[in-house]
Design a protein around this ligand. Structure first.
Ligand code: ZN
Ligand code: ZN
Ligand code: FE
Length: 324
């Protein structure tokens, strides 16, 4: 609620940058809870007992299935905040630090739950995009330590994905090839930025890395959606995720804060020129020195890189080797 007691939950269009902003004041209505209470541990009203991983509805969502009517403005465009926000509780164990501490089978199980959720959500009218992401580390504002990630089912295509789609589509028509398949091939040829590879997946720090320790993970098979993965590919995805993140965690003595996101095609339509992948942005540039998206990055939109990716990739590759 805002100061007038009005419940606002809507999308507002930024006509200058051409992108949506999700506006909601439900979060400020969050009830007080003792610091020791964990809503994701087994045995709460929402979680119950007898589960290995859970997908819960986010209690303070930005998007819901039946949102209030958006406000009407004489100049600006608004839209209904249709959608769904979920929390993925990745383990019943509260004191695990990161996904990399889970068994490969457990990670694969979590991924399969997410895939089921995607299949179910794809049928909904509002579901244009399914974004799975994970924020890790107090440094970047994560308050609940119980291992969890999030899903946003969105009524529009996120702006970064739109940019990827438009560049990939142009590349496809100009070269008759997938941009991402070519990047995978070039990165493997160069080799110096490759971090880890298994039967079905490869992880590397791309030539054009933005964040200090950035990891991109691609399936070798040219696929667009999470729902296209086979059971074997899911297991291999869990494996490469576990060890890539384990290496990331041990680059410095302090665990690396990161943001992880799965980029896939929009849920409806034909996007054969696109190629699913995971991006992980490791945000420490030195021991205890956080890279901020500041003036140039936030204000200008372009990144500065305070090292060279080839160097950081070699450091990370050594750490990953020690995890194996
Ligand atoms: Zn907990
Ligand atoms: Zn491809
Ligand atoms: Fe991407």
């Amino acid at each position: 609620m805002d100061s007038d007691g009005v419940f606002v939950m809507e999308l507002r269009w930024d006509p200058v940058l051409g992108e949506w902003v999700m506006v909601s004041n439900v979060r400020s209505a969050r009830p007080w809870q003792p610091a020791s209470f964990c809503p994701f541990c087994p045995g709460t009203e929402e979680t119950g007992y007898g589960w290995k991983a859970l997908i819960l509805e986010n209690k303070f969502p930005m998007l819901i299935e039946s949102p209030p009517k958006p406000s009407v403005h004489r100049f600006y465009k608004t839209a209904s905040a249709y959608g769904k926000c979920y929390v993925v509780v990745e383990t019943p164990e509260h004191n695990i630090d990161d996904i990399s501490d889970l068994a490969i089978e457990q990670i694969a199980y979590v991924i399969s739950l997410i895939i089921n959720k995607q299949e179910e959500e794809s049928k909904k009218d509002y579901a244009k995009y399914f974004l799975w992401f994970r924020n890790k580390g107090r440094e970047i504002g994560v308050s609940l330590v119980h291992p969890h990630s999030q899903i946003y089912v969105i009524p529009f295509i996120p702006i970064r994905v739109l940019r990827e789609l438009s560049n990939a589509e142009r590349y496809w028509y100009e070269n008759k090839r997938c941009l991402f398949c070519d990047i995978i091939e070039i990165e493997k040829e160069d080799g110096i930025r490759v971090l880890l590879e298994n039967n079905d997946w490869v992880s590397f720090m791309p030539f054009y890395t933005h964040w200090p320790f950035e990891i991109h993970i691609y399936p070798k098979k040219h696929i667009q959606l999470l729902t296209q993965l086979t059971d074997k590919e899911i297991m291999q995805m869990a494996q490469i995720l576990k060890y890539s993140l384990c290496g990331l965690k041990s680059v410095f003595s302090k665990s690396m804060p990161y943001v992880m996101v799965l980029h896939q095609a929009p849920l409806k339509g034909d996007f054969n020129f696109y190629h699913l992948h995971i991006e992980i942005y490791g945000m420490l540039r030195e021991e205890s020195k956080l890279k901020y998206a500041a003036g140039m990055e936030t204000g200008g939109g372009n990144f500065t890189y305070d090292s060279v990716p080839e160097h950081n990739a070699s450091v990370l590759r050594e750490r990953i080797k020690m995890c194996l």
